[in-house]
Ligand binder design. Sequence first.
Ligand code: TXA
Ligand code: MG
Length: 357
Amino acid sequence: MEQGRLPTRVMVVKSGEEDSPTVMEAGAVLRAGGLVAFPTETVYGLGASALDEQAVAGIFKAKGRPTDNPLIVHIDSFASLGQYFQRVPERARLLAAHFWPGPLTLVLRDDNRFPAVVSGGLGTVAVRVPAHPVALALLRAAGVPVAAPSANASGRPSPTTAAHVLDDLDGRIDLVLDGGPAGLGVESTVLDLTGEQPVILRPGGVTPRQLEALLGPVKLDPAVNGAAGDEKPRSPGMKYTHYAPQAPVMLFDGNDSARMAKRILAEAERLAVRGQRVGILACRDNESMYQGKGYAVVTTGWRDEPGTIAAALYESLRCFDRQSVDAILAEGVSTEGLGLAVMNRLLRAAGGNVVKI
Ligand code: TXA
Ligand code: MG
């Protein structure tokens, strides 16, 4: 926490106790223009009333977020959408019926119901209904739509626990609702519905295959599989190096995991000889290959179960900070299913430092 600031209050919300005075109080803090971090089914969000220009400006300040990076508006149900958007596209209706509440964000045409700071004056607004019971109870208690980016300091890995939120934002926000670890571990899929064909601007909890089963062909924005700064992305957040731990990340990308381990070990040795403390981010399948050599080995999940990797990803990246490593060598994964979101985050964490093998 920074000097001269009051510590952020933390209030625990137990499962099954979401309709509690605690959550009512947090809702009142939001209504009054305060900043409240809360769990969602993806990652923790940092909320402010989306109708309150000053409160939303406070989010950008607390996170150190560039103001041209727009926020997602969270609402409590599809039924509320009509209050903020004049024409709800048929595709939005269909998607909401299947995926809301859940990890899908829809980019719709802006009807100027929110102050311009919310969407950076892009002419569009991103909106979703989160699935976490605490998030939904908070939205109902607040009685206002809530603008919420991930509750990390800008550029850092997203928070999946209340402790991660405090690591980055203690003293900068009013309150954290602690509802335990967020489940999915990667953020929502951001889908642009303003053009002829739907475009995935950011891969996330809902996979391209799930979307295509419902909509037919869906495009992937070229920035999704590139490094930060490669393209001019339509989702402004994708242009920044992001999700990054303190040490530089080198990402190894390929399908042959034995070969990958060999290349990583060779690089680790090269760095260790130069006196660097090396961190290795590994899937559980390869863990034993790296152990006993003096490296800081952090494992995520199983290579063929990308959901287990997604759930552990951000905590793993933050773990390297606590171990003060000088460099991180990260195993890439297949882009099947949730793997697409995992690889997208690792590409950004690596800021383009990718070794193809
Ligand atoms: O799972 C999530 O989506 C989490 C939880 C808290 O809901 N939120 C989240 O927000 O990840 P944030 O701000 O960290 O990421 C929002 C992404 C950014 O890449 C941003 O550029 C993009 O969505 N975005 C927001 N509004 C947009 C818009 N109108 N057009 C295009 N991209 C937009
Ligand atoms: Mg974020």
